[in-house]
Design a protein around this ligand. Structure first.
Ligand code: GLN
Length: 548
């Protein structure tokens, strides 16, 4: 039978519950246990697919096509294991199920209420992955902060489960903040005491308290927190701010978080943690030998979380190349023909990001043109790939009116067009082309060299596609389709020859990059950027020597 760990958050949001949950999961996994993590989000959207990135950061997509919270990305990157729709549940999904059941007559004769009907549905979903028999431990992260009205039913469901389960089958970990008051030169425990009291009032008593802090916690302070929050002193864990999220599992190991958890859950005979791969990744990450500068062209660049998986995939690829990847955010709305060279001239590579709608697309097209002409390594993802196709049509093939029908429904050359299956779609939620699809790669292409395989599978989230009506003309002009869906011929990868690296992909490779399996496209792109940086440095030196 699986055991359950619930992770709640107190005091404030943004404490990094997802990273703490993923770090604990990593430690347990490194000791040979089978672990998965799920996230329960307290908002009414059925999934985050209808939220814009400013509201919620990136929407992460799983193999089975679920549009999910970005924390699932952390779970996959840490555990090197895919998640699925079952790993992310929102209040909206819970209510939708309960209301549908009510309409079907499943509760006939009864008043349908938050307790027990909504909480029963939450509990059913909390236990679902544990019932598959595939896992020893299920970690459930509760979104939101304890005390929020909207998280009450979730906390109540945890209370009931804690009551129903044997002591050794479940554990509650509460993550809080210990603020440092500069004027008093003191760390303050009161907000944590209050937040634990609030949680206790809701009927849930934490077994472990993890404290985010900017300064180390003394033993005295830990004792004080333990005493007032009614846990043992060794169950108060310090979570100091880390230089990188990938350091957190090791910090938690030092603090003994995994051992406390294993003891409470009566799990014996576990192996010593095997974190060799993780540690060598971290040591290269912390001491890179060189640096490449990559321009990230997007319209949500002011928000860190909007391109989360892309940024993490760059970190993984940087480690393989033993270099730091410095990201320069360039807002696509600020790029114009007369300033593009000035803005992009110091970059070693350029990534044009995914996106929706027309804001900023002309800037993206200018950026692609610059990268193509200046032979700057270029990588386009989803909308970024579509922009590369439009740029090529306009500037190489001379089709000045080429566009995507997403932005211009009357384009003279609709080189990016709505997929047939999308034409009848009216509803917005969960109706894009989502999840994993196969792709057949052309032998001899750059993509083939990079993947080292003919058959790949990658995840999607889009409605528009390369318009195959124009494929022959593109091929003749030098933009080839090196990867296609073998079942319906949809173009998945485009590339151009006579360029050090120019690849656009309709799918989202960033969603599959993990610490232990960095994505080959990101790795090759960074390697091309590194070569570019080296050759630019040599030509600069040559120039200096010549003029001396
Ligand atoms: N807006 C484009 C489409 O729907 C691209 C989507 C994306 O970049 N994820 O096809």
């Amino acid at each position: 039978m699986a055991k359950y760990i619930f992770v709640t958050g107190g005091v404030t949001s943004s404490l990094g519950k997802g990273i703490i949950a993923a770090s604990l999961a990593k430690l347990l996994q490194s000791r040979g246990l089978k672990v998965t993590i799920q996230k329960f989000d307290p908002y009414l959207n059925v999934d985050p697919g209808t939220l814009n990135p400013y509201e919620h950061g990136e929407c992460y997509v799983t193999d089975d096509g679920a549009e999910t919270d970005l924390d699932l990305g952390h779970y996959e990157r840490f555990l090197n294991m895919p998640t699925s729709q079952a790993n992310n549940v929102t209040t909206g999904r819970i209510y939708q199920t309960v209301i549908n059941k009510e309409r079907e007559g499943e509760y006939l004769g009864k008043t349908v209420q938050v307790i027990p009907h909504v909480t029963d549905e939450i509990k059913r979903r909390m236990l679902l992955l544990g019932e598959t028999g595939k896992f020893d431990i299920i970690i459930t992260e509760l979104g939101g902060t304890v005390g929020d009205i909207e998280s009450l039913p979730f906390v109540e469901a945890v209370r009931q489960l804690q009551w129903e389960m044997a002591e050794e089958d479940c554990l509650v970990l509460h993550l809080t903040l210990i603020p440092y008051l500069k004027a008093a030169k003191e760390l303050k425990t009161k907000p944590t005491q209050h937040s634990v009291r609030l949680l206790s009032q809701e009927g849930v008593h934490p077994d472990v308290i993890v404290c985010r802090t900017e300064h180390p916690l003394t033993d005295d302070l830990k004792r004080k927190i333990a005493l007032f929050c009614n846990v043992k002193p060794n169950a108060v864990i310090e979570a100091m701010d880390a230089g990188t999220i990938y350091e957190v599992p090791l910090k938690m190991l030092q603090e003994g978080l995994d051992v406390i958890v294993l003891k409470k859950l009566h799990i014996n005979g576990y192996a010593a943690p095997d974190l060799n791969k993780w540690e060598s990744f971290l040591s290269i990450l912390k001491k890179p030998k060189g640096k490449v500068t990559i321009g990230l062209i997007g319209k949500y660049v002011e928000l860190q979380d909007a391109y989360k998986s892309i940024l993490e995939a760059f970190i993984h690829a940087g480690v393989v190349n033993e270099c730091e990847v410095k990201i320069v955010n360039v807002h696509s709305e600020h790029i114009h023909a007369d300033n593009v060279a000035q803005q992009l001239k110091d970059l070693d590579g350029l990534l044009v990001a995914p996106g929706f709608g027309s804001r900023g697309v002309e800037g993206k097209i200018e950026a692609v043109k610059y990268a193509r002409e200046a032979k700057l390594p270029f990588f386009g993802i989803c909308l970024g790939m579509q922009m590369a196709v439009i740029e090529f049509a306009r500037n190489v093939m001379g089709w000045k009116g080429a566009h995507s029908t997403e932005m211009d429904s009357n384009a003279t050359h609709p080189v990016i067009a709505l997929m047939d299956e999308q034409k009848k779609v009216k509803k917005k939620g969960g109706t894009m082309r989502l999840g994993a699809y196969p792709c057949k790669i052309e032998e001899g292409s750059m993509a083939f060299k990079i993947y080292g395989s003919n058959d790949i599978s990658e995840r999607h989230r889009h409605r528009w596609e390369f318009n195959n009506q124009f494929l022959d003309e593109f091929t003749k002009s030098g933009l080839i389709s090196s990867g296609k869906n073998p079942l319906n011929g949809l173009v998945e990868i485009v590339e151009i020859k006579d360029h050090p690296f120019f690849i656009g992909v309709q799918y989202h490779p960033e969603l599959k990059s993990t610490v232990e399996n960095p994505h080959p496209l990101f790795v090759s792109f960074i390697s091309a950027a590194k070569a570019n940086a080296a050759s630019r440095a040599t030509s600069k030196t040559n120039l200096k020597t010549a003029s001396a």
